[in-house]
Design a protein around this ligand. Sequence first.
Ligand SMILES: [Fe+2]
Length: 384
Amino acid sequence: MFDARVAGRMRFGCGVSASVGEVVRSLGADRAVLVTDSTMESLGVADRICSYLEGAGVEPFVFAGVEPEPSVETTDAVAELAREHDCQAVVGLGGGSCLDVAKAVSVLITNEGSAARYQGLGLVRNPGVPKVMIPTTAGTGSEVTFTAVLIRKSDGFKGGINDEKLFPDVSLLDPELTVTMPPAVTASTGMDALVHALEAFSGRSASPFSDMFAREAMRLIGSSIRTATWNGRDLRARSDMLLGSYYGGVALANAGVGACHSLAYPLGGMFGVGHGCANALLIPYVARHNAVACVDRYAEAYGLLGGASDGWPRREAAFALAELLEELVMDLELPCRLSELKAGIEERHFDEMADRAMAVARPMENNPRVMDKRACVAIYKEAY
Ligand SMILES: [Fe+2]
């Protein structure tokens, strides 16, 4: 038995972001809040999206102040702006942070109080206003998931609003919007997408449906992430990454992620390390730990990611996956060690980090190998 779900409608192709005006209009809105960040504003992309909206008779209200690790406080401020202007739709434009805030704002317009009230699972009461997502990075999968991860500035707690009412209505996947992404962002967000696919594929909740998306995500990302990172104008590689990231998001939305995501959370919450960067750094160590528990799945993932294992025993291919991931992280020039991050992480922090990671329970429980606090500390030590 398994459930399957794909959020809303998706349009893919170069230039599809130009249809945002008609799309928002077709959802019945003539006033929309555009949630984005300073990068999209300075590149002129936010203005372009506004002109598409105006062209279809939709009045846009822009908030361009989403931070890299978005906060509850920022989200509340955008919701306030949207309520003030009576916005009937939300457009998210940018990386996962912008999309997460946009999704949360959609339900805050129709539900009382701060976003902090809804951090958890299934706590949102009323459906939100329609939401349209335009990702400009290829990684988080936020355009197709029901989660918005927010940090509470007051205590550093990082937690998701997880609710079906956060599923986007429409995602516009326009590879042209991703060509300006710098190498480091392409690499770290792309690795996040790859980890979504791998963790969904090897997790305990994997289904034939999620597998289909996870396999194709790994194949697309594995074959394109280096080119997209080091030759960002290659539209073929950019297209593969954007579609791969979407497929990874579908896999994640249906089968969840694993221990790598739990272990990455405290790196963001306590030390401000970016989500993709944290996952990329940890995945080789988590894979080494997990391999014994999911030999067949890892052996297959090794092949999907381009590892040649003809005639190898599957166990060997499964363990080779960790090496392959490590080489990939090095080729992408992402940090491979916690001590390299210069984020102030020291061995004395591992105990608290492990506690916080174990508290991110759902991915831990979905991990192919049973995890406990000792295993978390051991992985942090290995990665140090
Ligand atoms: Fe992720």
